[in-house]
Design a protein around this ligand. Structure first.
Ligand code: ADE
Ligand code: ZN
Length: 328
């Protein structure tokens, strides 16, 4: 067994961000939309920095216009994930892109995504669950409408609520209503923080939004008192090292703090974020981490178990995933 073959659990994946560029190019051609500006000469996504990445992401997403498009996207994404050994995945879905935050339209998108996910589970054995995600730079009012969509569809498949987008736009405090609303609807909570913002952004997510997981969270390393708080409270970090390195949060893999966070007792997990944008897969993340920190299979087994335990799905699904990890 190599780390490539191990069964993996991924907790931080943006559905549109996982779209293979060829898939988006194909849809653009079908719909006669000119997206040539977002691709490089090799056919991959092209952007200058994180903020440009967000623009390219939204441009790519503009060709995903119907529930059927999202069903096809789901099939393509889950094929890639299953090929990398992922047995359970949580994906970020935004009613902003799926029906413009209209609850009726959102339900139609969701039904199409679930149907495609069920088919992928039957074919590849991979289990998918959804986390409804508001987009920070779209502002708190749109986030409230997104939260209402999430609350309406909370259940065994939509299991969480989160916030992504430009971490430096607005204050997290302005999103408290959305997080309170979705918590009351029974959803589990996560927030992007500590990627472009420093430790104070992670503190805000914990204190104001009262989340149990943090997307990225890696810049907590700049404040060891905060690192100790994360460890003591069992806060789980959805770490995406390849994303951080490609976007320039850290200069290279060895400079990434995931190893130091783990050594100090923080529950770290590993995900790809937006894999084709960052030229990565879960296999690549595992291999690069093994090389950078001399992590062996035991470390990855531990990380996969931590990830399954931190999953937002129900207990029966979680037990099924944990058993699959034991068998792998
Ligand atoms: N949306 C997609 N990927 C993201 C990231 N890495 N950070 C914030 N928002 C995102
Ligand atoms: Zn992310």
């Amino acid at each position: 067994m190599t780390v490539s073959d191990m069964a993996k659990v991924e907790l931080h994946l943006h559905h549109e961000g996982a779209a293979p560029p060829a898939f988006i190019r194909g849809l653009a051609a079908e719909k006669k939309v000119d997206l040539s500006g977002i691709f490089n000469e090799h056919g991959g996504y092209h952007y200058k920095d994180f903020w440009d990445f967000l623009k390219v992401y939204e441009a790519a997403t503009s060709v995903l216009q119907t529930p059927e498009d999202y069903a096809r996207l789901t099939t393509a994404v889950l094929e890639e994930s299953a090929a990398a050994g992922v047995v359970y995945s949580e994906t970020f879905l935004s009613p902003d892109f799926c029906g413009d935050r209209d609850v009726g339209a959102w339900r139609e998108y969701l039904a199409a995504i679930r149907e495609a996910a069920d088919a992928a589970e039957a074919e590849h054995g991979i289990v998918l669950r959804g986390i409804v995600t508001c987009i920070r730079h779209f502002g708190p009012q749109k986030a409230r409408e997104t939260a209402a969509c999430a609350a309406e569809t909370a259940g065994d498949w939509i299991v969480g609520f989160g916030i992504a987008g430009d971490e430096n736009a607005g204050a997290l405090e302005d999103f408290v209503w959305s997080f309170d609303c979705t918590r009351e609807a029974g959803l589990r909570l996560t927030a992007h923080a500590g990627e472009w913002g420093g430790p104070e952004s992670v503190r805000d997510a914990l204190d104001h939004l009262r989340v149990e997981r943090i997307g990225h969270g890696v810049r907590a390393i700049e404040d060891l008192a905060l690192v100790d708080r994360l460890a003591e409270d069992g806060v789980v970090l959805e770490v995406c090292p390849g994303s951080n390195v490609v976007l320039g949060v850290y200069s290279d893999w060895r400079a990434h703090p995931i190893h130091r966070l783990r050594e100090r007792g923080v529950k770290v997990t590993v995900s790809t974020d937006d894999p084709p944008f960052f030229h990565t897969t879960m296999v690549n993340e595992y291999n690069r981490l093994a090389d950078a920190f001399e992590w062996d299979e035991g470390v990855f087994e531990d990380i996969a178990r931590t990830s399954a335990e931190a999953a937002f799905c129900d207990v029966a699904t979680k037990d099924k995933i944990l058993k699959r990890l034991e068998r792998s």
